[in-house]
Ligand binder design. Structure first.
Ligand code: F6R
Length: 633
């Protein structure tokens, strides 16, 4: 069997990163990364097909590889990529889930990939999550044997967990381990809670290929996307390797590489602190970044930095080319002062359009700015892009049905029909198994709950009801955590709205790592619409990016910071409180147990605090934004 596996990274806009202990490539966008990996897979398959040989792939499930699978499906349809000689071994499977469970890896991979290509069913291998406990060891041994019989894995694709797991090999898994039953760490289960509609529904165990099995693959590509992977990526490629961080062991492999998007690569030294690795070209953004970094290292305000601080932290080149310290510090001080803006859309009344991916992102992320924009006399429109119905608890839906049924009874409104509807809905709710999609009736009820909350919250900010737009974009309407890719129809909806409202300014959620990827998809649709306007020579509004409940922009990236008074923040919190279905224990809180209003308050106050630390005026709270200038998200 041919042993070379082609790699085609060079054909895509990827740059390799200096100073890492394993080859790392950074791609400008998810799509570029997915295309590059898909091309590597396709090249292997074509090469093997031309010799009449099999290509053996090791494949992960999870969110990261989905773009690759979509691209491979496209290649099958449009470029005749033939999967009839492809053999697949899944990296892992949950233990205790049948193959028909919506979350089982087998079912997910079947739905998202295999059923769309001409792979033979007998060539698809998954560990069986239903084998009785006493037979698991034997089952795992047989899985290993099957891999050996197939000639070993040619190409292994991997994602990475936030604790550094690969497959489901959690920290301190044995380096030479084989396929086995493992216990999932609580952090991994919390990360998976989204898919299972609650951590309590996440299996506690899984069957995974061992680290030894993975490392035997001829070629390994680990993919990481989003800010939430940035810290673990840095540890895996820069800090000492060991079993405490399974992904770091890939450095032992002769042909393993990390493929990253900009967000996942952001903490690598070559990107976060390139001046530490050698001479650099000092652009304004890099100067700003280095000087703010120096403030953090020295715990000093900008105007207190001196030449020795620069030298003590390896910034000799910067000092030589742009110093002395006082000059550099003043430059950055000026830039940061210029970010502070009380009237983000100016003082002349204009139309502003705020895009809120879910019904509560507007107030959580930029509620203070929303209030200010209304106070400044602008016509403020808010577009709620999705219904957010999957994040409503069943008991809240039940409560609403009770209320409406009782209301109808008391006021004698169509009692018969009302009773029938109530009973039908209660039946759907009772019959639902954890993790199953809701019946469309229940989905509509949940949608109504969030619609009424969004309206109430926008009213607290002073927005007028006729300026609220509920877009209910098609990509979201799967009834499941997994969303469809953005389609033409989604972009058209956004385009139509922008043309109708004709805003001078739009606000967009620029998060790259909200847990379900909905923000990213929404941003993709908006940016595609703006691009279309530009292409057609129509007016393109100024676009500002905010970040949602999960993260704030780093200090050096902030271009606009809107100060909030204690009273503004109170009003913003009151608006967030209107989202009652998301209070206390929201179904999708991620790994952060704070409520949304707490996260918002902590974040806005922390931003003010970091301005204060660098010696800028002492604000109570700040909401931060970045300008969109056509950069990929
Ligand atoms: C899944 C798997 C896991 C995931 C990892 C990242 O089959 O083996 O190691 O790759 O948990 O998950 P996502 O891609 O969802 O962030």
């Amino acid at each position: 069997m041919a042993s070379t596996v082609l790699h085609s990274t060079s054909t895509h806009r990827a740059r390799s990163v200096r100073g890492t202990q394993i080859p790392c490539f950074v791609f400008e966008s998810h799509e570029e990364l997915a295309r590059s990996v898909a091309e590597t897979v396709a090249a292997l398959i074509r090469q093997r097909n031309s010799f009449g040989q099999k290509a053996v792939l090791g494949l992960p499930t999870g969110s990261t590889p989905q773009g690759v699978y979509r691209e491979l499906i496209r290649m099958h349809r449009e470029e005749d990529l033939d999967f009839s000689n492809v053999v697949v071994f899944s990296l892992d499977e949950f233990y205790g889930l049948g193959a028909d469970s919506p979350q089982s890896h087998r079912r997910q991979m079947q739905q998202r990939f295999f059923q769309h290509v001409n792979i033979r069913q007998e060539n698809i291998h998954f560990p069986d999550g239903t084998v009785p406990l006493e037979q698991v060891e034997e089952h795992c041994r047989q899985y290993e044997e099957k891999i050996q019989r197939a000639g070993g894995v040619d190409l292994m694709l991997l994602g990475i967990g936030r604790d550094g797991h690969i497959g489901f090999n959690e920290p301190y898994s044995p380096r030479r381990g084989r396929t086995q039953l493992v216990t999932l760490d609580p952090g991994t289960r919390a990360d998976l809670a989204n898919q299972f509609f609650g951590k309590e529904n996440v299996p506690t165990q899984a069957i995974t290929m061992g680290l030894g099995t993975i490392l035997e693959a001829r070629k390994i590509i680990l993919m990481a996307l989003g800010e939430h992977k940035a810290a673990v990526v840095r540890k895996a490629v820069e800090e000492p390797a060991g079993e405490h961080l399974p992904a770091s062991l890939l450095r032992e492999h002769p042909d393993a590489s990390f493929l990253l998007d900009e967000a996942a690569a952001a903490q690598l030294s070559a990107i976060a602190t390139p001046w530490k690795l050698g001479p650099v070209r000092w652009t304004d953004p890099l100067i700003k970044r280095a000087v703010l970094w120096l403030c953090e290292q020295t715990d000093k305000a900008l105007l207190k930095l001196d030449d020795d601080d620069f030298r003590a932290h390896g910034l000799h080149q910067l000092l030589r080319e742009h110093g002395p310290a006082s000059r550099l510090a003043h430059r950055v001080f000026r830039w940061m002062m210029d970010t502070i803006v009380y009237h983000p859309a100016g003082k002349e009344p204009c139309r502003v359009l705020v895009f809120s991916p879910h019904p509560d992102d507007d107030v959580i992320s930029m509620g203070g700015t929303l209030i200010r924009l209304v106070q400044d006399g602008h016509e403020v429109h808010v577009a709620y892009m999705t219904s957010g119905n999957i994040a409503v608890f069943d008991h809240d839906a039940q409560r609403l049905v009770d209320l409406v049924a009782e209301f109808n009874r008391r006021f004698g409104i169509d009692e018969e029909k009302s009773l029938q509807f109530e009973q039908r809905v209660l039946q759907h709710l009772r019959a639902k198994r954890p993790g199953e999609p809701d019946h469309p009736d229940v989905q509509r009820i949940k949608e109504l709950i969030r619609w009424s909350e969004a309206k109430a919250a926008a009213a607290v900010c002073g927005c007028r009801e006729e300026h609220l737009h509920f877009l209910d974009m098609p990509f979201y309407k799967t009834g499941q955590v997994d969303k469809n890719p953005i389609g033409e129809e989604d972009v058209q909806i956004v385009l139509d709205l922008i043309r109708r409202v004709d805003p001078a300014q739009v606000y967009i959620a620029g998060d790259l790592s909200d847990p379900h990827g909905t923000h990213r998809l929404c941003a993709q649709a908006i940016l595609a619409a703006l691009e279309e306007l530009r292409r057609r020579g129509e007016p393109v509004p100024e676009a500002l990016l905010y970040r949602g409940a999960w993260q704030e922009w780093p200090l050096h990236q902030i271009e606009l910071a809107v100060p909030l008074s204690p009273r503004d923040l109170e009003q913003k919190k009151n608006a967030i409180f209107r989202h009652e279905s998301q209070k206390d224990t929201a179904p999708f809180p991620g790994t952060d147990s704070r409520e949304f209003w707490q996260r918002a308050e902590d974040r806005n106050r922390a931003t003010a605090e970091s301005y204060n630390r660098i010696g800028l005026p002492e604000y109570f709270a700040l909401e931060a934004f970045v300008r969109w200038r056509g950069q990929p998200l």
